[in-house]
Design a protein around this ligand. Structure first.
Ligand code: UD1
Length: 359
């Protein structure tokens, strides 16, 4: 019987592990798994509500590392996960995405000769000012099996010299979750409170340090978006990191509505029915691609180029001066039409488990 650890730490991990766990429950006679939550995200709004809505079982362990600097979090996760492994060793650890927990657990495991499986391996922004890029590089360097979401990722891994046999293009588990839950999307209260109408409002999310850690720039960016949105409302669920900054700036505009982070089903209800999305998240660019909603990414690079070459996303950059022309294109109805990358079909977790059973 294979002993497999599944790691989840921060909000964007939860939608990626949910379908994997659902599939693992079907093969419990062959693979015994432990779900380990590192506790990197701990608020109900950032963590608990995702477990509830996506039907993820209670983790077997919670390392409760909480907030801290990059290295504090990394250190605490490694120390606590190592202790857990030394008590009861696993054969494999499966990590997803690019958060601090992803890197910390793969390193702790690999140093104890536990095999590392990286779901969403190989993607690169080539921007080493992002903590996520360092997490991706470090994790991929010691990964034994890559389950990839992107043909570009496959090429990146080949260029890095990884053997073809380690690279398995399976699609995107985040999209498994999206497609499975679409019928359950749930209108958030804010929709009727503000009298929103389908395809007549924007959804915005911002949390990258490059955008939110500098007050002046954050203010200028938001001002440009508010201007470009015109008479359309902007619904802005605010990440805790951004909330701290916004408190100091005190931005106000009639069409800008800042709200608490939403649950998965509520957030994606808003996105699905939005006129367009403005974001600096990576995952959201994949979801808007699949839901065929125009998406403006406020970043200078992306590790998910297929959301642009194939999908509905455009890279606007982080310079506030860049915003207006894209807003104009949107408002004039001149946004490009997108399509959906190969194998983003809702069956990725099935493919992963079928492959795991061959180990
Ligand atoms: C992390 C991930 C990022 C992901 C994002 C999604 C890394 C390096 N970054 O960034 O890739 O897109 O999550 O949310 O792993 N906080 C709370 N409640 C929580 C969690 C955090 O209030 O439940 C606060 C923390 O105290 C901190 C801030 O939010 O001040 C940022 O949290 P942190 O986990 O450090 O990184 P994120 O910016 O959320």
């Amino acid at each position: 019987m294979m002993k497999l650890d599944i790691i989840a730490g921060a909000r964007p991990n939860f939608m990626k592990i949910a379908p994997i766990i659902a599939e693992l429950d079907k093969v419990s006679d062959k693979i015994k798994y432990r779900l380990i939550h590192t506790g990197q995200h701990y608020d109900k709004k950032m963590s608990g509500s995702f477990f509830e809505q996506l039907g993820i079982p209670e983790p077997h362990f919670n390392l409760e590392v909480g907030s801290g600097t990059q290295s504090e979090q990394t250190g605490r996760i490694m120390e606590r996960y190592e202790a857990l492994l030394m008590e009861d060793m696993a054969d494999w650890v499966l990590v997803v995405g690019d958060v601090t927990s992803t890197m910390a657990c793969s390193i702790a495991a690999k140093k104890l000769n536990v095999g590392v499986i990286h779901v969403e391996g190989g993607i690169r922004s080539n921007d080493l000012t992002m903590p996520e890029e360092i997490n991706r590089m470090a994790t991929d360097a010691i990964t034994d099996v890559f389950y990839t979401t992107s043909e570009v990722a496959n090429d990146n891994l080949r260029k890095l010299g990884h053997d073809e046999s380690k690279i398995r293009y399976v699609g995107n588990t985040m999209i498994d979750t999206l497609l499975k839950n679409m019928p359950k999307f749930n209108k958030p209260e804010v929709f009727d409170e503000l009298g929103l109408k389908e395809k007549e409002y924007f959804v915005m999310t911002l949390h990258r340090p490059a955008n939110v850690d500098e007050e002046e720039k954050l203010k200028e960016l938001i001002d440009e978006i508010v201007k470009g949105a015109g008479d359309k409302n902007i619904i802005f669920p605010v990440h805790p990191r951004t909330a701290k900054m916004l408190d100091n700036i005190g931005i106000k505009a009639d069409n800008l509505h800042m709200i608490e982070p939403l649950g998965y089903l509520e957030f994606n209800y808003l996105v699905k029915n939005a006129f367009a999305v403005v974001t600096d998240s990576g995952g959201i660019t994949e979801e808007t691609t699949v839901m065929n909603v125009p998406c403006m990414t406020l970043r200078d690079n992306t590790e998910r180029p297929e959301t642009i070459t194939i999908g509905t996303n455009e890279l606007v950059g982080t310079n506030p001066d860049n915003v207006a022309p894209y807003m104009e294109k949107l408002q004039k109805g001149k946004w490009k039409k997108g399509s959906i990358p190969n194998l983003w079909d809702g069956k990725t977790a099935e493919r992963i488990i079928a492959d795991l059973l061959k180990y």
